[in-house]
Design a protein. Structure first.
Length: 384
C-alpha cells in the first residue's frame, strides 16, 4: 500500500437496498514514523515528500504545528502567502475532480487540456512565490513575488474554470443557478442537470451536522491521550459524528443552502458546494495576490521541549497535525485527516448509503457517494 493506506467499504444489498455498510480504515498509523527523531526544522519539508495528496495543506499544517510548539510567530506576509498557496491547491484539487471524475460520470472524455493548463499554473505556485523552495521553513521562507506572472496565471485559471465549471456567469444566486443548470455549458452544470433528471440529486444525503470548530485545548488533549491511535482512525467530537469538506464550509451560501433545503446534503449539494467554493477561492486568490509582498525568513530557534497543534482547511476538509519535540527533535507526530470523519463507520458515507436503493449497478451507486466525499486515499468497494 502507499504510505497513506486505503479504505475498504464492504457492502451488502438486500431486496434492492444497501442493508449493510462496513467501513474498515486501513490507513497506516505508522505513516508518520519517518518523522520521529528528525530535527523539527526539517520535518515540514519531509511531510511534503511523504504525502502526495494535498501536499501543500499537509506541509502548511506541519510547519504551523512546529511553529506553535516552538513559539514562533511568522510575519503577516508569510501567513498571507501560505493562505494563497492553500487556496491554489484547493482550486486544483476541485478542478481535478471536475476534469477527470465528473466527465467520467457523464460519459464524456476527460478535460485533459484544461486540467493540464490549470496544473501548469497552480502546481507551480510554491516555487513561483518562494523561489528558493523554502515555503515550509519554520518562521517563513524567502518570499519574492513575480506579480505579473501571478496575475497572468490567475487569468488563465479563471478562464479554465469558466470552460468546465462556471460557463459565462458563475451561478452565485438562485436566478443564475437556474440559468446555469438550463444552459448546460459546462461539465459541472451538465452533471448537476443529469443528477436532477435521474432523481439522484438527494442520493447519499446525510443528517449528520458539519464538523464544528475545534477548541484547541480539547483537541490537544484528545490527541495527546490517543496512544493507540483510535481517535485519529475513528474520530468523534463530544461523542458525536460529523462531515467535513466543501459542503461544511459553504453550507450557508444562499445557493448551497437552497439546494440543501430542496434535496438534503446529497450529491447535488456536494456539487453545488464545490462550484461555489471554486468561485470564492478565485476571488480570494486575486485579493491575496494583490496584497502579497516580499519578505525575508526569520531566524528559527528550537526550544528544548514543547508540543503544538495546527488546523488547516484542506481541499477535502479539516486537517490537524500535532507534534511533540524534545531537544530540537520530533519525538511524536500525529495527523487527523478529513477522510477519517467522512469515512467513519458511523459517518456520512455509511449514513448516506444505508437503506438507499442500490439501483441496477450497486457498485456504481456506492461510488457516486464515495466520489462526492472524495477520500484522500484509494477506496475499495467489496461485497454486494
Amino acid at each position: 500500500m502507499p504510505i497513506e493506506g486505503d479504505i475498504l467499504v464492504d457492502l451488502t444489498v438486500t431486496e434492492g437496498v444497501f442493508s449493510r455498510v462496513d467501513i474498515r480504515n486501513q490507513r497506516l498509523l505508522t505513516a508518520t514514523a519517518p518523522l520521529v527523531g528528525r530535527p523539527a526544522s526539517d520535518v515540514p519539508a519531509l511531510v511534503t515528500r511523504l504525502f502526495s495528496i494535498c501536499r501543500v495543506a499537509q506541509g502548511l499544517a506541519s510547519v504551523a504545528a512546529v511553529e506553535r510548539a516552538q513559539g514562533v510567530a511568522p510575519a503577516a506576509a508569510q501567513l498571507a502567502a501560505r493562505r494563497f498557496l492553500l487556496a491554489g491547491e484547493t482550486v486544483l484539487e476541485h478542478a481535478g475532480r471536475v476534469c477527470l471524475d465528473w466527465t467520467q460520470l457523464l460519459g464524456e472524455p476527460p478535460a485533459l487540456l484544461v486540467l493540464k493548463s490549470l496544473r501548469a499554473t497552480l502546481a507551480d505556485l510554491p516555487q513561483s512565490i518562494f523561489p528558493k523552495g523554502d515555503w515550509v521553513r519554520p518562521g517563513g521562507g524567502a518570499l519574492h513575488l513575480d506579480a505579473a506572472r501571478l496575475r497572468e496565471g490567475l487569468i488563465a485559471v479563471k478562464a479554465g474554470l469558466g470552460l468546465v465549471v462556471f460557463g459565462a456567469t458563475p451561478p452565485l444566486d438562485a436566478e443564475r443557478w437556474t440559468a446555469w443548470l438550463a444552459a448546460g455549458e459546462t461539465v459541472a452544470s451538465r452533471l448537476a442537470h443529469r443528477w436532477r433528471a435521474d432523481g439522484l440529486a438527494d442520493y447519499g444525503a446525510t443528517t449528520l451536522p458539519a464538523l464544528p470548530a475545534f477548541e484547541p485545548d480539547r483537541l490537544e488533549s484528545r490527541l495527546a491521550a490517543d496512544h493507540d491511535g483510535d481517535f485519529v482512525v475513528r474520530p468523534d467530537w463530544k461523542d458525536a459524528h460529523f462531515f467535513t469538506g466543501p459542503l461544511a464550509r459553504q453550507q450557508h451560501h444562499p445557493v448551497v443552502a437552497a439546494v440543501v433545503g430542496a434535496f438534503g446534503r446529497g450529491l447535488l449539494a456536494q456539487l453545488a458546494a464545490r462550484v461555489i467554493e471554486l468561485e470564492r477561492l478565485m476571488r480570494e486568490m486575486q485579493d491575496f495576490a494583490d496584497g502579497l509582498c516580499d519578505d525575508n525568513p526569520s531566524q528559527f530557534m528550537a526550544s528544548s521541549h514543547a508540543h503544538g497543534v495546527a488546523i488547516v482547511e484542506a481541499a477535502r476538509g479539516r486537517l490537524a497535525h500535532r507534534v511533540e519535540i524534545k531537544d530540537g527533535r520530533v519525538t511524536r507526530y500525529q495527523i487527523l485527516a478529513p477522510t477519517e470523519w467522512n469515512f467513519h463507520p458511523q459517518g456520512p458515507l455509511a449514513q448516506g448509503l444505508l437503506g438507499r436503493s442500490a439501483g441496477n449497478d450497486p457498485q456504481a451507486r456506492a461510488r457516486l457517494v464515495v466520489a462526492a466525499l472524495d477520500p484522500c486515499v484509494a477506496c475499495r468497494i467489496e461485497g454486494l
